[in-house]
Design a protein around this ligand. Sequence first.
Ligand code: NAD
Length: 276
Amino acid sequence: SKVPPIILNNGVEMPQLGFGVWQVPDDEAEQAVSTALEAGYRSIDTAAIYGNEEGTGKAITSSGVPRKDIFVTTKLWNSDQGYDSTLRAFDTSLEKLGLDYLDLYLIHWPLPSRDRYVDTYKAFEKLLADGRVRAIGVSNFLPEHLERLIGETSVVPAVNQIELHPHLQQQASREAHAAHGIATEAWSPLGQGKGLLEVPAIVAIAQKHDRTPAQVVLRWHLQLGNVVIPKSVTPSRIKENIDVFDFSLDTEDLAAISALNEDRRIGPDPAAFDVG
Ligand code: NAD
């Protein structure tokens, strides 16, 4: 594969770069994921709430790529938190995907005020023990949520998928993850493609390497050790975003991007987010 793996804390390999499908309608997901698989992506990130597990699954099962060579992630939606409801939601997701096992299952949000993420995660541990998923983890967990989870359950999450891009570099979370052997997966790695890709420092580094700003930002993530899952439905951008393994940023470039941190979220604050 074009994309090198990282080794998760349970020994499972996960491609360091994958394809995200948030906001891709179900009837467009099959085409987008097929384009990504043809371009060499071998990791796909969906979620029950995205409403596109069926289209995503169709692309995977009709691709001709062996199932074992594709790393599939989906996420448990908020309204399904709780032990029994989690087991049911997992079955529904697998059925929609048309798969008989999953690679990575994530709790989408911690919802601390509802206080159900520990029970939810115990159902994840059962799914893991039963061989229905190869790795389990969380998303949008703050260090305090991770500490509680690790204290009250047996399996340290393999991954925490959090909002992370040059304007929100998540130093504290990245250190907490490193201390526990949890992989940091960056959502909205391109900052949703808004102002970030026009920031002069990033444009200048792109010109220096004869690359695009998106490629420079993805390279910054990879060199930091983050897993990234950029999203696009545009074939040329889908290809561009995986074409990042034949150049490197130098220490000066990395420092210039690291100086762009503003601790500024695009998405919600996980401590307060409580919908669904
Ligand atoms: P992203 O940072 O990947 O940005 C995607 C947008 O950037 C595209 O819609 C397009 O407008 C632009 N773009 C993409 N490639 C480009 C290129 N090469 N040049 C110029 N512009 C380009 O944003 P995202 O979709 O929010 O995040 C990626 C994935 O992360 C999602 O698809 C989803 O799988 C995941 N995610 C997870 C959560 C969570 O709560 N766990 C939340 C948001 C996103």
